[in-house]
Design a protein around this ligand. Structure first.
Ligand code: ZN
Length: 383
């Protein structure tokens, strides 16, 4: 049973991130974990995060929707969590997948404001509506997860909108996210560390950081590390990025970030680090057709370039057209600049395009992050 739960926690781990391009909602992890009525289980359970993420995936009709979790430091030693759950949250904190703060204050709303994300919380935030007017004005921007028949559902605080709706990044957010930032605190998981240390883990973080850095906190107008309270140094322009999405069988399965200067290989099971693995969503025929590494994407001077590196070739669907005569073959080793609405088709029903332009049009049920969890695992007493 413990093993099953570990697998669920691993699945949930794939859906928490502080990457401004990938996170789809902001939440207070402690609030979700302690929301006992959600499943009637233990006083605190990390599995509730999985339930809320599943609900978000259903509402947004995508398979994998990462959330930006703000975590009060006290949660790392919360005795109501199992030791395994505490260990998992600490690892998320160390890897910068969640934001651990001594005093979260308005940080959740600040992140939502800077990134234009919806907030999932039962709090009403009445006191901050002057600073964040969208809290009261935009339906779907602040929603409470509540127990529903098939798992949690969302209820909007204003305007009756019950589906989370993204806004736009605030002007300040856009400005902050145009730069890279450095925290002077050595080994800072959020802002790339200030040197020293030298452990491999730190190097990996620094390498991952530039394009996926979270938005700085603003204290008195000064970009600040929300974790350490230190003033952040400007480390130059942030590399350009483009968010691409993988659609299989009409449903968007995941999004990924293409960063200027870093190619991304997509295929059945690419060997390149950071490659996008499609294997788990493919039927036998598609698995036989699609190469381990099938297409390579690059972002050069703002243009998305796709190169076929497969055995069998692929195709371009110009402007997303599904009409067969429109399909342009992309032969092995051929490259092409992807126009705004173009999709690359690796195999019928397996497409990749810009996330904003790729509708998720299928009445499919997203795969649950809880799929591995036996129902009774949710009610397990604390060992
Ligand atoms: Zn820091």
């Amino acid at each position: 049973m413990r093993f099953e739960i570990s697998k669920v926690l691993d699945a949930i781990e794939g859906r928490v991130c502080t990457d401004p391009s990938l996170a789809r909602a902001v939440l207070d992890l402690a609030e979700v974990i302690r929301y006992q009525n959600l499943d009637g289980g233990r006083p605190a359970s990390l599995l509730r995060l999985g339930m809320v993420i599943d609900a978000l995936a259903r509402d947004l009709e995508e398979d994998s929707v990462p959330v930006y979790a703000i975590v009060h430091r006290a949660l790392l030693s919360d005795a109501d969590l199992t030791s395994n759950e505490r260990m998992v949250v600490r690892r998320w904190a160390d890897d910068g997948l969640v934001e651990v703060l001594d005093n979260p204050g308005d940080r959740m709303l600040e992140v939502a404001d800077l990134l234009g994300l919806p907030v999932l919380s039962r709090a009403r935030f009445d006191g901050v509506r002057g600073r964040f007017p969208w809290v009261a004005e935009q339906p779907g921007r602040v929603l409470a997860p509540v127990p529903g028949a098939g798992g949690p559902v969302f209820i909007g605080h204003v305007g009756g909108g019950n589906v989370p709706v993204a806004g736009t990044r605030s002007a300040t957010g856009a400005k902050l996210l145009a730069r890279q930032w450095r925290c002077p605190e050595p080994g800072c998981a959020l802002f790339g560390g200030g040197g020293g240390g030298g452990a491999f883990a730190d190097l990996a973080r620094v390498e991952r950081a530039p394009a996926g850095q979270p938005p700085p906190a603003l204290r008195g107008g000064v970009p600040t590390c929300p974790r350490h309270g230190a003033r952040l140094g400007d480390a130059g322009p942030r590399p350009r990025t483009e968010v691409l999405a993988v659609r299989v069988g009409g449903l968007i399965r995941r999004r990924f970030v293409l960063t200027e200067g870093q190619s991304v290989l997509v295929g059945r099971a690419p060997e390149q680090q950071g490659g996008i693995v499609l294997g788990q969503w493919l039927n036998d025929e598609a698995r036989r057709w699609i190469s381990r590494g099938h297409v390579r994407f690059e972002l050069r001077v703002g243009e998305v370039i796709v190169t076929d590196v497969s055995t069998n070739g692929s195709g371009i669907r110009p402007s997303g057209s599904m009409a067969e005569p429109d399909r342009i073959p992309l032969k092995p080793q051929q490259s092409r600049v992807l126009s705004a609405n173009d999709m690359v088709e690796l195999y019928p029903g397996v497409q990749i395009g810009r996330a904003d332009e790729l509708p998720t049009g299928a009445p499919f049920t997203p795969t649950s992050v809880m799929a591995e969890a036996p129902t009774m695992a949710m009610r397990l007493p604390r060992p």
